[in-house]
Design a protein around this ligand. Structure first.
Ligand code: C5P
Length: 230
């Protein structure tokens, strides 16, 4: 069985390589998976990915790729060459884009699709011409992705149960919008605790500020692991 610590992915949402590597060093004893997103990647480029991988940790490169099929496929090839363990694309790019992307990835890479961003509301969907509700749209895009070869989806914790109901263990699920019971909600409104998300059936939980914004990040991790241990 997977250890609780192996389900936690810490989001390195910081501006510099120096700060990111400090966090990795502080947390490497417990945490073996880190997420590099648009902020850090735009600032530091592939070098930060190589540097985190060089510590022996795994990297989720959360670039949420979305472009014409050929461009996305070439970007996926570049990420595969870097050796990251997990990569994201947007599923709303459609089946041709998803197929081109899955065909271009390294075989040992976990390839996840973003369904509907957690910041999106029903009103946002209306703005872009989608008349269905958020959950229907999540399930539609997840099915599109699964049929086109993705390994799983990134979702909000509130969608874990319906995704499991629909796809069982055929997909991996990674969720964000996670807050331990003792942490500040920050700008999160509909969050779950790590324990609730794991009980609901997620494979991975991405956590940022409750750990990275804490003056003692390793203590925050220890508290989260303690919460998960009983
Ligand atoms: O809020 P927190 O700092 O834990 O966020 C960690 C990561 O999860 C961030 O990279 C953010 O982009 C993502 N996130 C998300 N949906 C949310 C909250 C955060 O995808 N509701």
């Amino acid at each position: 069985m997977t250890k609780a610590a192996d389900k936690i992915i810490v989001a390195l949402d910081v501006a510099t390589k120096k700060k990111a590597l400090e966090l990795v060093e502080q947390l490497r004893g417990e945490i073996s998976f880190f997420k590099i997103g648009l902020q850090l990647y735009t600032a530091e480029g592939p070098e930060i990915v190589r540097a985190v991988l060089a510590t022996g940790a795994k990297v989720w490169l959360d670039l949420k790729l979305y472009d014409i099929p050929n461009t996305v496929a070439r970007a996926v090839e570049s990420a595969s060459t870097l050796g990251v363990q997990m990569l994201t694309i947007h599923l709303s790019g459609g089946s041709a884009m998803i197929r081109a992307a899955t065909a271009a990835r390294a075989s040992d890479m976990l390839f996840l699709g973003v369904t509907v961003l957690t910041s999106v509301t029903e009103q946002t969907l209306r703005e872009i011409g989608i008349t269905d509700g958020v959950e229907d749209q999540v399930l539609r895009l997840a099915k599109l992705g699964v049929d086109a070869g993705i390994d799983g989806v990134v979702a909000s914790p509130h969608e874990i149960k319906s995704l499991r109901r629909e796809f069982g263990d055929r997909i991996k699920i990674a969720v964000q919008g996670i807050r331990p019971s003792w942490a500040e909600p920050d700008d999160q409104k509909r969050f779950m605790t790590p324990r609730e998300a794991i009980q609901a059936g997620t494979d991975y939980i991405g956590i940022g500020r409750p750990i990275t914004g804490n003056a003692q990040p390793h203590e925050a991790v220890a508290r989260i692991l303690e919460e998960l241990s009983y």
